[in-house]
Design a protein around this ligand. Structure first.
Ligand SMILES: [Zn+2]
Length: 273
């Protein structure tokens, strides 16, 4: 059994939580401490129940000063890539000393959860690396898996492989191309968002979901898919859902429950068992 909930998703803050009877892992801490504490409490999780946190990258919407203070104040181990440690040191100084860098040698364990990080395509002048993660737990020979990738400019074969067989998949569906094209954003910013190191368009997310589903063989793979990190200005939940639904139906995939993650409100908690 494994529970999962997205507390917030988007450019104003990202945070999710994954838990079972013996472990609770926070994924990113880009919201305020108050928001994180209140939303965890609504799920019956107290800060002292958190076993560890993992961080995808050092953009402020994934690790805010308030979020990092919350983790350190509550002595919650923070796992991140050593490049992200440097990015955070530049931003938050010696607070980074209390974080742990993650291993790339086959992943690591947080109690009975196996965490496997993989590289994704998202960087700029402030951050040098971004990770995606898969989280697996094995109970009586059964595997429960959550795949997590927000903030990536493209999806490659290695990412598809890492995310395949996930029971719950979180994938960025950031923007609608036409809305971004016609937006007021400065040209340089648009160019970065559209690049292989920026964010993922709705169509690309839809393609990736279909590819991950095709690469999956486990029962209940991609039972729940959350479209994440939707742009406020260049997307809408209806549009993102419509593009992915259309793609899945066109490939005769009709056993995937699709959700659009919300910016400032937690999603429905999902229990896989
Ligand atoms: Zn980012």
């Amino acid at each position: 059994m494994l529970n999962f909930c997205i507390l917030a998703s988007g450019s104003s803050g990202n945070c999710s939580v994954l838990w079972n009877e013996s472990v609770a892992v926070l994924i990113d801490c880009g919201c305020s401490a108050k928001y994180i504490v209140e939303n965890l409490a609504s799920l019956g999780i107290e800060p002292c129940n958190l076993t560890a946190a993992v961080i995808t990258h050092a953009h402020i919407d994934h690790i805010s000063a308030s979020g990092l203070n919350f983790l350190l104040k509550n002595n919650i181990p923070v796992h991140l890539h050593e490049d992200t440690l440097e990015d955070i040191f530049r931003k938050y100084g010696n607070k980074a000393d209390e974080c742990y860098s993650v291993s790339f040698n086959g992943g690591f364990k947080i109690k009975d959860i196996v965490v496997e990080p993989f590289n994704v395509y998202h960087k700029d002048e402030r951050i040098s690396r971004t990770l995606g993660f898969s989280f697996s737990s094995f109970v009586q020979g059964k595997k429960y898996k959550v795949g997590y990738v927000t903030d990536t400019g493209k999806v490659c074969k290695n990412m598809i492989k890492s995310l395949s067989d996930s029971n719950i998949l979180v994938i960025e569906s950031n923007y609608d191309r036409e809305m971004l094209d016609s937006s007021f954003r400065p040209y340089e910013n648009k160019r970065w968002v559209l690049s292989d190191w920026g964010h993922l368009a709705n169509e690309d997310a839809a393609h990736a979901i279909a590819e991950i589903k095709a690469a999956s063989t486990a029962p209940d793979s991609l039972k729940y898919v959350f479209l994440a990190h939707l742009s406020y200005h260049h997307n809408s939940p209806e549009l993102a859902l419509q593009v992915s639904k259309k793609m899945l139906y066109s490939q005769d995939i009709n056993d995937v429950k699709l959700f659009a993650a919300k910016r400032k409100e937690r999603c429905q908690a999902i229990k896989i068992k």
